[in-house]
Design a protein around this ligand. Structure first.
Ligand SMILES: [Zn+2]
Length: 135
């Protein structure tokens, strides 16, 4: 998977703009509450627990497979990138994110396996897509 297209690009909002831009520079950013230390994904301007304005923190990109599902066919998905492995990855920093696992045989992965973030470029300079690869 060298480029993201023809898959659809994410809907970039003011809250998530920096997240997608960081991913275009191979960095994974998370929202963090400076008051209660809650780390949040998907990006939010305010902490869902105490409503303080969040700050950005850079994630290590390390995580573990929390759950996953394998699709042998997917409408609009490039044939070369099937089967599609959709996963919830629990990041080392705490939050879980829905993502894709790439570069793996679905028969060789298990819940709990460690994974690392990799970033797929898109035709938009300021949008990168974080996905994960088993370690
Ligand atoms: Zn908070």
């Amino acid at each position: 998977m060298d480029v993201w297209e023809p898959r659809p690009l994410p809907n970039v909002t003011p809250e998530s703009e920096r997240y997608w831009e960081a991913a275009s520079n191979d960095r994974l950013l998370l929202s963090k509450c400076p008051d209660c230390d809650l780390v949040i994904h998907y990006p939010r301007a305010r902490c869902p627990d105490c409503f303080t304005e969040t700050e950005w923190t850079e994630a290590s990109g390390d995580g573990r497979i929390y759950s996953y599902s394998v699709a042998e066919r997917m409408e609009g998905w490039p044939e070369a990138d099937l089967p599609l492995v959709v996963a919830y990855v629990e990041l080392a920093e705490g939050p879980r994110m829905m993502t894709n696992l790439i570069g793996c045989d679905p028969d060789d992965i298990s819940v709990g396996d460690s994974v690392s973030a990799v970033f797929i470029s898109t035709e938009e300079d300021n949008i990168g897509i974080p996905v994960f690869r088993p370690d």
